[in-house]
Design a protein. Structure first.
Lengths: 232, 255
């Protein structure tokens, strides 16, 4: 459904992504793990069109978006829900107004968005201002705004940050629910076990994306080598 | 509902809670009333209002536009990943913030306009002020969205100081230079290329409060005879240039 092909992203002489490849299919949930600075967020931003790759291409439903016009990107964005690492919302805005704005942007009924507000436990917060919400509540609001319009692709960058264990479990359930209805889901997480229902795991390291099993083998070999060195 | 309308209504709503709009609304009502009370005579009121709009109105417009642009930028990835075209985003913000500028202008010149016999005088001034303040507000919006390498607020104050205060004072100094008499077209061009100059000249001639001796400026005779048309054209060109430049320049791909 969405694919990154041979993505290279450089900032000056620093290469963040080095021919990274990643595919997420419909109904699939991909968890992208990796250390800080491994390029996870950059790869997500390249995929959703917030970063321009130095080289390589992004494909959505077989169509190349890289270098395509704004109309093509906007058309794709209509089907995407993106939750960034930092959910920055105007602090003076009221939750109800924010919901109405996003419902209008997505051309959906406000009641549908309201239903998701209830699911994330913010039913009574409609008259509150964003500034009055805690970090976790803002994160849940961001999740509601990402999920409410049944997107075909859901991309979430560290969605479990600020969430209590109970809400992490709920997020894992909602994510599985979205994948079950056919959405392609891509999640980055440093907490590898936080999203149980994930079906596919990928690891981002040194600007490349590798399969988790491959990553485990490499890590195992490195640990063996270190252990042997320590023994000698 | 179109997405342009959605952004417009959203910006209108945010404006209601914007600290600049709130403070400036109060300042507009108080300033307009104070000028009305303090003006030495009714006939001097329009001139005082022109000066106030030229320097303070433009500063308010710059700051409101900047605040709106900065608010969009602060939302960063979350806003720019939404399916909004750049034209819809900038256009909606422009209309939303512009509506608030219009409200503030009404609050500022309202007391004078309602004063007996002043409505006819105020209407032409309001027309020019809308165009001028719209350009200033758009300038602020550009700076707010662009996130200049220096502090956004400093950039706004610098832009205002250069385009309004500095330009006006510079022209005042230039008008005293002997050589400028030999190149009147240059002086007229410098006067009118800046929306602040277009507003001042347009307002003064429209109000006929300050006689402008156009006869000495051959190159500008036609311009001064049709100053309303020229001023409107200048405002329109500036808005189009800033709007087109901004929508073409803003790339959500590096937000």
């Amino acid at each position: 459904m969405i694919a990154a092909r041979q993505i290279i992203k450089r900032y000056g002489s620093h290469t963040v992504l080095d021919r990274a490849n990643l595919t997420v299919n419909a109904g699939e949930c991909v968890v992208l793990t990796g250390d800080n600075g491994s390029g996870k967020t950059t790869l997500l931003h390249v995929l959703v069109g917030l970063r321009r790759p130095t080289d390589g291409e992004v494909q959505w439903k077989g169509r190349v978006l890289t270098g395509a016009g704004r109309r093509a990107w906007r058309s794709a964005r209509e089907a995407w829900g993106f939750l960034p690492q930092q959910v920055n919302l105007p602090p003076t805005a009221m939750i109800g107004h924010l919901l109405r704005f996003h419902a209008r942007l997505r051309r959906r009924d406000r009641a549908v968005a309201g239903h998701w507000l209830e699911r994330v436990g913010l039913k009574d917060a409609a008259t509150k201002r964003v500034a009055e919400l805690s970090g976790g509540m803002r994160q849940r609001l961001g999740i509601a705004l990402t999920f409410f319009f049944d997107p075909e692709l859901i991309v979430m960058d560290e969605p479990t940050s600020n969430l209590d264990p109970g809400w992490r479990t709920a997020l894992a359930d909602w994510t599985a629910e979205q994948a079950d209805r056919g959405a392609a889901v891509l999640v980055t997480s440093q907490l590898e076990e936080s999203l149980g229902p994930a079906t596919v795991r990928r690891h981002c390291a040194a600007g490349r994306v590798v399969e988790e099993s491959e990553h485990q083998q490499v890590r195992g070999r490195a640990e063996d080598r270190l252990r042997k060195e320590a023994e000698h | 509902m179109s997405r342009l309308a959605a952004v417009y209504l959203w910006d209108l709503m945010l404006g209601l809670r914007n600290r600049f709009v709130q403070v400036f609304a109060l300042a507009s009502v108080m300033g307009g009333s104070a000028l009305l009370a303090a003006a030495p005579g009714r006939e001097t009121l329009p001139l005082v209002l022109i000066q106030a709009l030229l320097f303070f109105g433009s500063l308010f417009a710059f700051l409101i536009g900047w605040g709106s642009g900065q608010q969009a930028r602060n939302q960063g990835a979350f806003l720019f990943a939404q399916p909004i075209g750049t034209t819809e985003l900038v256009g909606g913000k422009l209309l939303g913030t512009g509506s608030w500028c219009l409200v503030l202008l009404g609050l500022f010149i309202g007391p004078a306009a309602m004063h007996a016999g002043m409505l006819d005088t105020m209407l032409p001034l309001a027309g020019l002020a809308i165009g001028f303040l719209f350009v200033c507000m758009l300038g602020g919006l550009v700076i707010g969205l662009a996130a200049a390498p220096i502090s956004g607020l400093l950039a706004v104050l610098l832009a205002w100081a250069v385009s309004v205060a500095g330009w006006e004072l510079g022209l005042l100094v230039l008008s005293e230079a002997a050589w400028i008499e030999h190149v009147p077209w240059l002086f007229v061009t410098l006067l009118l290329v800046n929306p602040a100059g277009a507003f001042r000249i347009g307002a003064m001639i429209g109000l006929e409060a300050v006689p402008f001796d156009a006869d000495e400026l051959e190159a500008g005779r036609w311009v001064f005879e049709h100053i309303w048309l020229v001023a409107t054209g200048i405002f329109t060109l500036w808005v189009m240039a800033l709007f087109t430049g901004m929508t073409a320049w803003i790339s959500r791909e590096e937000f």
